[in-house]
Design a protein around this ligand. Structure first.
Ligand code: URA
Length: 206
C-alpha cells in the first residue's frame, strides 16, 4: 500500500479524470490505494437511478453488500427501503452509494485514513450524479461529505450546503439523517428519522 498522502493524491487525480459515472466506476476498479480493496470480495459502487433528484450516501458496504456488489441490500437496506417508501420513493427514484465502496473486515467502521483515501471518489460521484438533494446516512457520511464535526444527533434534520469542487462549483442542498443501522439498534429514534424524511419530501416537492 502506498503512503496515505500519496494514495489521497492518486485518488483525487483518478476521480478528477473521470467524466462519467461509468468512468468513475472503472477508475475505482483500477485504483490500488486503499487496502480494503484487498480484503473485500468486490467493489460496491452504487444502486438505483443515477438521474434521480435525490442521492443517499451511507458509510461502507457490509457482508451482504460485499457478496452482491450492491449497496444496502442487507437488514439496514430493507429498513432503508421502508424509510424511502414512507415518502413515496424507491430505488427507481433515488441513487445510492457509500463513502467507502469496499467492505471493511468484520463490518468495522472505516478508519479516518480509509475514509480520506476514498473521499475524492464519492465527492466526484455526487458531482457527476448531480442530484437536487443529498442525504447523508449517519455520522461518518455527514462528517466526510459536509465537513461538519457535529455528532449525528446534532447535525440530523438540518440543511447543509454541499459544494461540488472538481469540474465546477455547484451547491446542492444536503441533510444528514440517522443511519438505518442505528435505527435497527435504537428503534425509538425512528420517529425522529421519519420527521426528517418529511422535510426531505417537502423539499423535493419545492
Ligand atoms: N450500511 C451502509 O452504510 N452501507 C451499505 O451499503 C450497507 C449498510
Amino acid at each position: 500500500m502506498v503512503a496515505t498522502d500519496d494514495a489521497i493524491a492518486a485518488a483525487r487525480e483518478a476521480a478528477r479524470s473521470a467524466s462519467s459515472l461509468d468512468e468513475l466506476r472503472a477508475a475505482l476498479e483500477k485504483f490500488d490505494g486503499c487496502a480494503l480493496k484487498g480484503s473485500a470480495t468486490r467493489l460496491v459502487f452504487a444502486d438505483g437511478n443515477p438521474s434521480a433528484k435525490i442521492m443517499l450516501v451511507g458509510e461502507a458496504p457490509g457482508r451482504d453488500e460485499d457478496i452482491e456488489g450492491v449497496p444496502f441490500v442487507g437488514r439496514a437496506g430493507k429498513l432503508l427501503d421502508r424509510m424511502l417508501a414512507a415518502i413515496g420513493l424507491d430505488r427507481t427514484s433515488v441513487y445510492l452509494a457509500n463513502v467507502v465502496p469496499w467492505r471493511p473486515p468484520g463490518n468495522r467502521t472505516p478508519t479516518p485514513q480509509e475514509t480520506q483515501i476514498c473521499l475524492p471518489f464519492v465527492l466526484r460521484q455526487v458531482e457527476l450524479a448531480n442530484p437536487d438533494i443529498l442525504i447523508c446516512l449517519g455520522q461518518l457520511s455527514a462528517q466526510a461529505l459536509l465537513g461538519t464535526k457535529d455528532s449525528i444527533s446534532k447535525s440530523r434534520g438540518r440543511w447543509f450546503t454541499f459544494t461540488t469542487g472538481y469540474a465546477e462549483k455547484r451547491e446542492i442542498r444536503a441533510m444528514p439523517i440517522f443511519h438505518p443501522d442505528f435505527l435497527l439498534l435504537s428503534p425509538l429514534q425512528k420517529r425522529i428519522a421519519w420527521r426528517d424524511l418529511l422535510s426531505v419530501k417537502k423539499a423535493l416537492a419545492e
